[in-house]
Write a protein that binds this ligand. Structure first.
Ligand SMILES: NC(=O)c1ccc[n+]([C@@H]2O[C@H](COP(=O)([O-])OP(=O)(O)OC[C@H]3O[C@@H](n4cnc5c(N)ncnc54)[C@H](O)[C@@H]3O)[C@@H](O)[C@H]2O)c1
Length: 311
């Protein structure tokens, strides 16, 4: 059975990827130091030898005497609350972690895929964001530990590809949401859902006019796997082009939960992007991929999962 190695596989997106690759007939090897992950995300695979889990840092992955075909590097704190809490660990996941996983792929002659992010576009001056846009990132602000780590990671990946001939891919994920996000994750959807379900005020950072786009996790996983199975090397955006203001999102969460939580406004975070929306022409054309789950449906499933987590 061919093996897919997934760093960050005990996290939100990574654990859904584990489910998807095993369902498609692969074995999965997870490397996760649990800095923001949760072993419960893989509880469904306990005692199943198709999933092997190493709780360690991906910068120094274990030697694997297995037929590794694909290496997916998803390890990194990803929520602003997490990467501001763990700035040095976030820089290391992008730099040392990416090198460690690239070396693993190189040693096995495996195809490597980096989970990059729309944050490489920073506070964008081009809207929607197309892959050819170089971005507008403050290199010394508090968010730079994440944005610059991912930009550096993309650069290392391309150097391994150009110089060492490693078969590589880069996916630039836009906001993804769904079950297994942590209740205290800090990103807008889990924040709002948690606050609405527990009757706490809904916290909006800024005046609510900033826009975001939200992709349900099953759509994201399908896009990532299509890119993995392709022969593309240049970055590809995967995200849902539906664009909502943060205020609209809060109102939808209130309607979907039936909550009477009031809205409260806090100052915006420094360098928080004012707009965010993917141009997905490349994914549509080259991967025949586009998202299928509407926001209201994805929100309903996420709210259900959060209710179970709270119970
Ligand atoms: N979820 C999104 O909306 C989104 C958007 C853009 C990019 N991404 C990228 O996708 C990946 C997964 O994001 P997520 O939302 O699932 O976050 P997450 O925090 O739920 O998962 C990240 C996982 O990586 C692990 N990890 C972190 N540093 C590690 C290290 N050095 N060694 C081993 N494991 C380590 C954590 O313990 C966690 O399990 C990240 O690389 C993130 O940058 C996610």
């Amino acid at each position: 059975m061919d093996v897919v190695v997934i760093s960050g596989g005990s996290g939100f997106v990574g654990s859904h990827l584990v489910d998807a690759v095993v369902t498609r007939g692969f074995r999965a090897v997870v490397i996760d130091n649990l800095i923001t992950g949760n072993p419960r995300n893989l509880a469904q695979w306990t005692d199943d030898d198709r999933v092997i889990v190493y709780h360690q840092d991906c910068a120094r992955p274990p030697a694997l005497d297995l037929p590794v075909r694909y290496v997916l590097h998803f390890a990194s704190p990803a929520s602003p609350a997490d990467y501001i809490r763990y700035p040095l660990e976030t820089l290391a996941a992008g730099a040392d972690g990416t090198r460690g996983m690239l070396e693993l792929a190189r040693g096995h002659n495996a195809r490597f895929l980096l989970a990059s992010t729309s944050e490489v576009y920073g506070d964008p001056l081009v809207h929607p964001q197309v892959e050819s846009y170089y971005g507008n990132v403050n290199p010394i602000g508090p968010r730079s530990v994440y944005d610059e780590a991912k930009r550096f990671a993309e650069s290392v990946v391309m150097a391994y590809h150009r110089t060492l001939g490693v078969d590589t891919a880069i996916v630039r994920l836009f906001n993804t949401y769904g079950p297994r996000m942590r209740l205290n994750d800090g990103r807008a959807i889990p924040n709002f859902v948690y606050q609405a379900l527990t009757g706490q005020p809904i916290t909006i950072y800024g005046d609510g006019s900033m826009t975001r786009s939200f992709c349900y996790v099953s759509d994201t996983v399908e896009g990532v796997l299509r890119l993995l199975m392709s022969d593309l090397h240049d970055p590809v955006n995967i995200g849902n082009p539906g664009e909502y203001t943060i205020l609209e999102l809060a109102q939808r969460v209130l309607a979907a939960t039936g909550s009477a939580s009031p809205l409260v406004y806090e100052p915006a975070m420094q360098d928080d992007p004012k707009v965010r929306r993917p141009d997905i022409a490349r994914a549509r054309t080259l991967l025949d991929w586009s998202p299928t789950i509407p926001l209201d449906q994805g929100l309903a499933w996420t709210i259900e999962a959060f209710k179970q987590d709270l119970a």
